[in-house]
Write a protein that binds this ligand. Sequence first.
Ligand SMILES: C[S@@+](CC[C@H](N)C(=O)[O-])C[C@H]1O[C@@H](n2cnc3c(N)ncnc32)[C@H](O)[C@@H]1O
Length: 387
Amino acid sequence: MQLAGNILISLPETCLLTTSTVLKSYMGEYIKRWKPPVSPLQALCSFLIAERHHAAASAWSPYIKVLPTSYTCPVYFSDDILDLLPWGVRKKASGQKERVRELYLYSRPFFSSLQPLFSLPVEDLFTYDAFRWAWCSVNTRTVYMEHAQSDCLSREGNDYALAPYLDLLNHSPNVQVEAGFNKVSRCYEIRSIQGCRRFQQAFICYGPHDNQRLLLEYGFVAPGNLHRVVYVDVGALMLCLHKGDKQLQQKLLFLEENGFLSDLTFGADGPSWRLMTALRLLSLRPEQHASWKSVLLGAAVSQDREEWCVHKAQTLWQRLSDDATDALKKLAELTDSADQARMEQLVVVESLRREEQEILERARDVLRNLLPQPPPWQQDGVQNTGR
Ligand SMILES: C[S@@+](CC[C@H](N)C(=O)[O-])C[C@H]1O[C@@H](n2cnc3c(N)ncnc32)[C@H](O)[C@@H]1O
């Protein structure tokens, strides 16, 4: 039985951990005094680290105790595991790791100012490891809740709320919910719209995310995700292009200016429209310059250019497929000597790569059908009788 329209969970405002909680706490005065103001994210991370240290003495202890002690998000990955990711998400993950470390280094003077609150040296408490844990706790578990800007905090987004108990809900791409703070009941409410069934595990949807985004932000992959795709990066695209094309740079610039050099993908239903459109533009001969604009609007130019595009898509497909197979081989080698934490990270990466392989398998069949089929007597296993 569907639970459409029913409230799945309603959490009173007093149970939410937000920047208001932090500003009203023992840490509030320190934050208010600090210049330039710390960001809402820094404030929440600092508070989580301090509360974890206070253990049973903290009012938030029942919550902190059930938080994961470590995460399978890429900020925890060592370089050899990052190297197993597809190019685009690897680049984003490395950037994210760098930003978290920079934020930690930037926050250290503020952490030092908190020394009067602790008997232990703050350097032993506010370590990079603790900061990374707090950052992942905020990044993977907060719900969106707008707050009024506070003069004591920097102007960066102040829309985080840690919501104990409510944050136990896992993600499913197949459900629809409505979530938000109800100003009348003063509760954070999640209402089921579609996909939740009585007596079954309740899921919520974190957003229409593909698997790379889920891995990057939440440290997991959803098998069979209806938003799953395999990305084609510009580097791979360049490798399969004809270097003798004198208009190549001009074409690439034109594609970039029109937003056609990103989000080029293969899905289970084959190469995306954007990928085929970019290839179509790249396929044009010098004398077809007049067709550039119409191609971006979806026009096909000629049968031989269409075939060129499908062949290039097949070359790209092969590269992506080889890359996934290669990564899975290397992954198997690392698994042999992995401890539990690394093993959990490898399982997530393996799951991403296997999903990729499955998408590509399906895309291959679609690609085959895009080429004109040879007459029956030229197909494998069919004898031409000469009649
Ligand atoms: C808001 S928490 C959900 C509760 C979490 N499962 C727990 O036990 O604390 C988000 C985290 O749960 C995990 N998660 C959520 N949905 C998942 C899913 N469909 N499959 C695997 N892990 C999932 C991921 O580790 C993610 O970062």
